[in-house]
Design a protein around this ligand. Structure first.
Ligand SMILES: Cc1cc2nc3c(=O)[nH]c(=O)nc-3n(C[C@H](O)[C@H](O)[C@H](O)COP(=O)(O)O)c2cc1C
Length: 210
């Protein structure tokens, strides 16, 4: 008997830029194009964080204490994150995009990640030093791609101007159970523009599906 697989991949793109249609949004567009080129059937959701009402985490720890068997914990804050959580849960792959502002992800991206942290992870029961650190609630293996842009600092000097990628990578690994299959830094876009990085973005999207 032949089993037909018609399940399509669900891709969630999350943009942390303040400028709609700017560098990060164009790179995310190309990554989505690359993913669609690899598989036209994929379903794509896109969240523009700046358009959402996202409050700060209150450190109430209700999510951290919630039943560790749940696929994602309940957050007590009644804002737009409540409709984003199911999208995060459903996704098979993620694209995260953020400019670096003062060498870090944007404040809206950080606010978002803090609201994701203990909702999608639970304290690890393993021995020290990992005991109590976040481990993903989901056992479903996912994939992720990370895009970071900077205005001034070129790729060669990235080490001085990119704290964003490491935070996104650790969130993918420790919280979302997502393997980072591609990541790049679009440096010095004020001088270079976005064009030199479009192909990288396309290839990153394709790698998420391949
Ligand atoms: C408050 C602020 C801080 C910034 N800090 C840096 C920085 O540390 N290094 C840098 O190269 N660019 C910096 N930039 C420039 C942004 O990284 C750049 O404008 C952004 O990557 C462009 O992406 P966008 O078109 O999606 O906004 C900063 C921009 C702002 C508004």
């Amino acid at each position: 008997m032949v089993f037909m697989h018609n399940s399509t991949m669900n891709l969630l793109a999350i943009s942390g830029t303040y400028r709609k249609g700017g560098t990060i949004d164009r790179l995310i567009d190309h990554a989505i194009e690359g993913a669609r080129a690899a598989d036209p059937r994929i379903e794509v959701e896109r969240v523009q964080l700046i358009d959402q009402r996202i409050e700060y985490c209150r450190n109430c720890m209700a999510c951290k204490k919630d039943d560790p068997a749940k696929p994602y914990a309940r957050c007590v804050i009644d804002d737009d994150m409540q409709s984003i959580y199911p999208l995060i849960e459903r996704a098979d792959a993620y694209i995260f995009g953020t400019p670096v502002n003062m060498a870090h992800e944007t404040a809206v991206m950080k606010t978002f990640l803090e609201r994701v942290c203990w909702v999608f992870s639970r304290p690890s029961p393993r021995w020290r030093p990992l005991k109590g650190c976040p481990e993903p609630r989901s056992s479903r293996k996912k994939k992720a791609g990370i895009i970071v842009s900077s205005g001034l600092v070129p790729p060669l000097l990235r080490i001085f101007c990119d704290e964003a990628t490491s935070l996104l990578k650790s969130t993918c690994g420790c919280v979302l159970n997502a393997k980072v299959v591609g990541s790049f830094y679009a440096g010095a876009v004020h001088a270079r523009g976005v064009e030199p990085y479009l192909e990288k973005a396309f290839n990153l999207g394709r790698a998420l599906v391949d």
